[in-house]
Design a protein around this ligand. Structure first.
Ligand SMILES: Cc1ncc(COP(=O)(O)O)c(C=O)c1O
Length: 359
C-alpha cells in the first residue's frame, strides 16, 4: 500500500533524542529554546513559542489576544475540527464564511459581510500547504481593527508574495507526525509582538511569571526537550522535504487525467502538506475505493464541514449553508505526496487514477 504519510525520521533525530535523554534534563529546557529561535528564524519573525500541539498553540494565541465570552472569530468551516474548537475553548463563537473554490481557503470577498460589533479576530487557515490570500485579509483586519491569528498548522514554510505564513499575524503551527515537519507531537506560535510573546509563555506555564506565583489562569501546554530535539533536526530538513513534495506534486499535476489538480495562485509557494484533487460527477468515493483496491492510499480532508458536525448543529445551533464548502467536502480527494514516495509510487498513483477516470 502506498500510504498517505510517512514521517521521515533519520539518524540525526535519533542521536538528538539520545543526547537529551543522556543529559538528564528532559522537560522544557535549552532544546525548546533553541527550537523556538530556529523556528522564528525560519518564519522571519521575532518570537516563537513552543507548545504541546497545534491545538494548544491556537488556544494559547486566542487567550493571549484576550479573546473570550461574547467575541466572534471569522474563519472557515473547511478545516480540521481543532481550528474551530480552539475558539470554543475560550468561549468565543466561530463565524464561518465560505471558501474560494479554487484554493479551498477562506474567501476574503465574503469577510466584511460577516463582521459584527462582536467580531474580534479573523482566523485564516492555510489549508493543505497553501497560504490564504493575505493582502485583502490584512487590509480588512486593519480597516476594522481586528486581530489576525493564522492557522498555519498545515503550511510550514509556505510563502505568500515572498513572506512566510505565520509572519502576517500571530501564527500557529502543528508538529504532528504527518505534517511537513514533526516533533512527534507539538506546536508553535509565531509573533513579532513582544507582549503577545510574553503572554503566550505565561499561559503555557500555569499563568506563572515568578516561580509558584500565579497571576492568571494558565495551563500546562509545554513541549519537552525530547520533542524539541526532534523538531530541531526536522527543521533543518524542512526545505528539502518541501522541495520533494513540490516535485512530487508537479509530476502528479502534469500526468493526472479526469480530475481537477491543485491551483497555485501567482506569487505563492504551495508546500503540499496535502495534494488534493477535485473529483466531480459524484465519482469521488468510487475512485477512492478503486485506489484502495489497487494499493494506493487516499483520504478525504474533510468529509463533514465544521458547521455540519453533529455537536455544532445539535448543541451550538449552527444552521447555515456554505455552498462551496459543502461542495468541496463532497469532491475533494487527497493523494499521497510525501517526500518518501519513489518514482514507481508516483507512476502507480497516476496509473490507478487515470485508469479509473478515463475508463
Ligand atoms: C488546520 C489544522 N489546524 C489545527 C490542527 C491541530 O494541530 P494538532 O493536531 O497538533 O493539535 C491541525 C492538525 O491536525 C490542522 O490540520
Amino acid at each position: 500500500m502506498i500510504n498517505m504519510a510517512k514521517p521521515q525520521i533519520g539518524d540525526e533525530e535519533k542521536r538528538a533524542v539520545m543526547e537529551v535523554l543522556d543529559s538528564g534534563m528532559i522537560a522544557q529546557g535549552p532544546r525548546v529554546k533553541a527550537f523556538e529561535e530556529a523556528f522564528a528564524a525560519m518564519c522571519n519573525v521575532k518570537h516563537a513559542i513552543a507548545t504541546a500541539s497545534g491545538t494548544t498553540a491556537l488556544h494559547t494565541a486566542l487567550l493571549a489576544h484576550g479573546i473570550g465570552e461574547g467575541d466572534e472569530v471569522i474563519t472557515s468551516a473547511f478545516t480540521f475540527i481543532a481550528s474551530a474548537n480552539s475558539i470554543l475553548f475560550v468561549r468565543a463563537r466561530p463565524v464561518f464564511v465560505d471558501i474560494n473554490p479554487a484554493t479551498f481557503n477562506l474567501n476574503p470577498a465574503l469577510i466584511e459581510a460577516a463582521i459584527t460589533p462582536h467580531t474580534k479576530v479573523i482566523l485564516p487557515i492555510h489549508l493543505y500547504g497553501l497560504s490564504c490570500d493575505m493582502d485583502p485579509i490584512m487590509a480588512i483586519a486593519k480597516k476594522h481593527d481586528l486581530v489576525v491569528i493564522e492557522d498555519a498548522c498545515q503550511s510550514h514554510g509556505a510563502e505568500y508574495k515572498g513572506r512566510k505564513v505565520g509572519s502576517f499575524g500571530t501564527g500557529t503551527f502543528s508538529l504532528y507526525p504527518t505534517k511537513n515537519m514533526t516533533s512527534g507531537e507539538g506546536g508553535m506560535i509565531t509573533t513579532n509582538d513582544p507582549v503577545i510573546d510574553e503572554k503566550c509563555r505565561v499561559i503555557r506555564q500555569h499563568g506563572m511569571r515568578k516561580r509558584y506565583y500565579h497571576d492568571e489562569l494558565g495551563y500546562n501546554f509545554r513541549m519537552t526537550d525530547i520533542l524539541a530535539a526532534i523538531g530541531l533536526a526536522q527543521l533543518k530538513k524542512l526545505e528539502r522535504f518541501n522541495a520533494q513534495r513540490q516535485e512530487n506534486a508537479k509530476f502528479l499535476s502534469e500526468n493526472l487525467k479526469g480530475v481537477t489538480v491543485p491551483f497555485v495562485p501567482e506569487g505563492q509557494t504551495h508546500v503540499f502538506h496535502q495534494y488534493t484533487v477535485r473529483v466531480s460527477g459524484g465519482k469521488r468515493d468510487a475512485l477512492r475505493a478503486y485506489l484502495n483496491e489497487h494499493g494506493v492510499g487516499s483520504e478525504v480532508y474533510y468529509p463533514v464541514p465544521i458547521h455540519q458536525q453533529t455537536f455544532y448543529v445539535k448543541d451550538l445551533g449552527y444552521n447555515q449553508s456554505l455552498a462551496e464548502t459543502e461542495r468541496a467536502s463532497q469532491e475533494v480527494l487527497s493523494l499521497p505526496v510525501h517526500p518518501a514516495l519513489s518514482s514507481a509510487d508516483l507512476e502507480t498513483i497516476v496509473a490507478a487514477v487515470n485508469e479509473y477516470m478515463t475508463k
